[in-house]
Design a binder for this molecule. Sequence first.
Ligand code: ADP
Ligand code: MG
Length: 474
Amino acid sequence: MAAPWEDVLRDKPAIREAASVAVDAALLEGVLMRTEGEPNASDVVNYAPFTLLPSAVPSALFEQAYAVQQDFNLLVDAISQNKEFLEHTLASTIKVDDFTAQLFRIHMQVLEEGLAQSVFLGINRSDYMFDCGVDGTPALKQIEINTIAASFGGLTSRTAAVHGQVLKVLGKSKEASHLLPNNPSKGLALGIAKAWELYGSQSAVVMFLVEEVQRNIFDQRCVENELWNRNIRVIRKRFRDVFEKGSLDDAKRLYMDGQEVAVVYYREGYVPKNYDQQNWEARLLLERSRAVKCPDIATQLAGTKKVQQELSRPGTLERLLPGRAEAVARIRATFAGLYSLDVGEEGDKIAATAIADPDRFVLKPQREGGGNNLYGEELRQVLEKIRDSPERTSYILMDKIKPQPAMNYLLRAHSPLQASECISELGIFGVYVRQGKEMVMNRAAGHLLRTKAVEHADGGVAAGVAVLDTPYLV
Ligand code: ADP
Ligand code: MG
């Protein structure tokens, strides 16, 4: 599945020329990030890291990933409404993982009070790698599904134009014309706009809940601008602002500074460090409100690694999606081996297997955002230490996916231009809107390809490991 530019990869002068065109094209197209030094100001910005060349993606697997996205939307939505499933699945995890436990407590409290929210909006991104079988055939295997703050839908809407120009500069105009258009930010905004409309108050706003440190603001602005273009007002607030200025009226309508909020779109709140006591209180206030939360707390819990592992058990998908055998088959085909480390014989056995052969597995805690998983020798050491303690139930084990590497150049500000052996991860954005029991929107909204050097086992773009890419279908 090599891309048709192996010939130019070693032509250093041509590559250098193309790289300088690429960087300027990225700046012109708006593939931007704020700098580490000034993460909350736009006076100095830089390009977000990206590959010089698009990476080859097998077209059959690309289509498979799109074809299963509506199924995953239905699945996530079904889990979020299944109190017993979440309770049962997360029971062992919440005993040892405080963060998941706190989310779960809010989930239960809101259910006990009775849900004020009647319109539901899901924006997720299902991520895959192409596992290389013994005979060399690649297979689509899901890494995880992100149900909160799935990012880069904005910036990735602009990388195809950059890569198209790079290919032209390198004498590959025909290939440039084959790059697919891709605009997740528009699809995401359509979902938010639909939820806003169904909420039914012309004067209400959409609130982006954002982090204290906002380096990736341009990615979010892409979605914001799509909403402004539809005459929907957007405000950006932090948990701290909600704590200080948020309130509910008698009908649990959410107000910020006296402004009614129709939709809360979280780009924050997915890791423990996002929360102090006040932020937890702010989260609870938002969850109790009738505003459309994207995601609501149940949907966030549906995206935990523990839930992912439980889904791979025989019979679970069938129970969650009754009468949808084809959807179940499409979903299951993307699953890699996943294993519970719960206390008991099953967990003992797989822990022993992983300690004996750590390179076959990835050890994952209930965390998001990259850089948390354990591999190889480190996996072995940690697992050995916790194998006889309940602490091990805060992790899951997963088969390690082994993609075929390909040569590319990763362009990063202030870094030398050098070729790297790379592997890619494909994400498909899913958007759905449910009103009461009725699905009123369910679609795939575009894709994201991220690529990293093989020497990094873990980590996304925000973690400084992966870079933005564009798929070239082969
Ligand atoms: P996070 O929620 O932190 O993003 P992920 O499950 O997506 O957690 O893992 C982070 C990164 O680790 C992925 O982007 C991928 O590069 C790598 N990774 C995760 N699972 C596997 C796996 N099963 N095989 C190989 N690499 C993996
Ligand atoms: Mg991930």
